[in-house]
Design a protein around this ligand. Structure first.
Ligand SMILES: Nc1ncnc2c1ncn2[C@@H]1O[C@H](COP(=O)(O)OP(=O)(O)O)[C@@H](O)[C@H]1O
Ligand SMILES: CC(=O)OP(=O)(O)O
Ligand SMILES: [Mg+2]
Length: 418
């Protein structure tokens, strides 16, 4: 038997999500999450899935992503699924920024590593973690193909009128200043699953996909291709996020420099790490914000309203971009779990054919499902994303093309949403 297992690493700024998937039958053997990397107390939550084993959590300090991956490797080894396994076919890595050159799943070599490194300034929270993930995996298994799957890839089909900023062309081209878009692996996967849910061919549906996690982005997808997306040169543009501002007047940056003496790095840090929901009310977790709203907290209520207002603006904008919309699709941690966000985002949009059914919206469930009433002209759906499965599919297709499935399948695990 040739090896058929793929380990997927999704390294974020302070976390690593991972899954081990056997591509022979798409079964999950293990999944887990190392979080609060670099803080005083980090945790690794590991779930063996194959033998129905118990979820384990261990705490301790993980100084950096290298240490986190060491801990992940130990957890896998404890279940007999160590990185030394001959059944491992490849390791698939989520890489956030691929720029203009890296738009396909790619086997990593020195030139690819160099290009990912070159893009660090435009994905400062993500690309360094992705690089550490790849380098650590290379060290642990130098013989295995390491495959990079890029968040930007799905958006590379955006037409120039959506991808370009209205700034001097020479300056823009010299410094590759344009809109790239992110969360593409999720937008692609969710678009396909939404078409399946609607019983239609992906080529014939127009969708507004709302990926609402800690980072959040919207995209307008026509017939399976991205036509516009809310993130831009970096993952800062667009929606209000957990800690990122999303859209602001760029003059805010110059203003803060002039009146507050903040340099570029200080404003960068403000807009990426101390803004969004966190900046508005002190919490970035939607669960906590809803709890505070229920307790009468006005700052939390205002933060929620600002979040929803921006979301609604993008739904309207992408409705106009697409002309006809078959479904608005919610995904990722907030999109999949926060019924009040879904309800508020489409409230008042009946004229556009949009509505949610209160009971369907609040019903529990982890499956892809419709939450709009039968009469609605435009479907509203919740479709759990599965970036890890999608990365595994693309990795396997690259390293074992004759054995990869033409259409990805498989059910999401119980835990670790995106
Ligand atoms: N039950 C829930 N209700 C509301 N929000 C939730 C719930 N579960 C998770 N979330 C939100 O999802 C976010 C994480 O989403 P996720 O897609 O996992 O983000 P990321 O991949 O960016 O870490 C949390 O910060 C929280 O705001
Ligand atoms: C690109 C991006 O914003 O990713 P995340 O949501 O994982 O932070
Ligand atoms: Mg995510």
């Amino acid at each position: 038997m040739s090896p058929s297992r793929i380990l997927v690493l999704n390294s974020g700024s302070s976390s690593v999500k991972y899954q081990l998937i056997d591509m022979a039958d798409r079964s999950r053997l293990a999944a887990g999450l190392a979080e609060r990397i670099g803080e005083e107390t980090s945790t690794v939550t590991h779930q063996p899935l194959a033998a129905g084993g118990e979820r384990r959590t261990r705490t301790g300090r993980l100084a950096d992503h290298g240490a986190a991956l060491g801990a992940v490797a130990e957890e896998l080894a404890a279940d007999g699924l160590g990185l030394d396994s001959p059944e491992l076919a490849a390791i698939g890595h989520r890489v956030v920024h691929g720029g203009l050159r890296l738009t396909e799943p790619t086997v990593v070599d020195d030139a690819v590593l160099e290009e990912i490194e070159r893009l660090v300034p435009v994905a400062p929270l993500h690309n360094p973690a992705n690089l550490t993930g790849i380098r650590t995996a290379q060290r642990l298994r130098p013989d295995l193909p390491q495959v990079a799957v890029f968040d930007t890839a799905f958006h590379s089909t955006m037409p120039e009128h959506a991808a370009r900023y209205a700034i001097d062309t020479e300056t823009a081209d010299a410094h590759r200043v344009r809109r790239y878009g992110f969360h593409g692996t999720s937008h692609a996967y969710v678009s396909r699953k939404a078409a399946e849910l609607l019983g239609k061919d992906p080529g014939e549906v127009n969708l507004i996909v709302l990926h609402l996690g800690n980072g959040a982005s919207a995209s307008a997808v026509r017939g399976g291709r991205c036509e516009d997306t809310s993130m831009g040169l970096t993952p800062l543009e667009g929606l209000v996020m957990g800690t990122r501002s999303g859209d602001i007047d760029p003059a805010v940056v110059f203003h803060l420099k002039r009146v507050a003496g903040m340099d570029a790095d200080a404003v960068d840090e403000l807009l990426n790490k101390r803004s969004g929901l966190l900046g508005l009310c002190g919490d970035n977790d939607m669960r906590e914000i809803r709890r505070r709203i229920d307790a009468g907290d006005r700052a939390a209520a205002l933060a929620f309203d600002i979040y929803i207002h921006r979301l609604k603006k993008y739904i309207g904008a992408y409705y106009a971009v697409l002309g006809r919309v078959d479904a608005v699709v919610f995904t990722a941690g907030v999109g999949e779990n926060a019924a009040p966000v879904r309800e508020a985002a489409v409230a008042g949009l009946a004229e556009l054919g949009l509505a949610v059914d209160g009971e369907l919206n609040t019903a529990a469930g982890r499956e892809a499902r419709l939450i709009s009433p039968g009469y609605a002209r435009v479907a509203v759906a919740v479709v759990p994303t599965d970036e890890e499965l999608e990365i595994a599919e693309q990795t396997y297709a690259l390293v074992a093309p004759s054995r990869a499935a033409p259409t990805p399948g498989g059910a999401a695990p119980e835990s670790f949403s995106t």
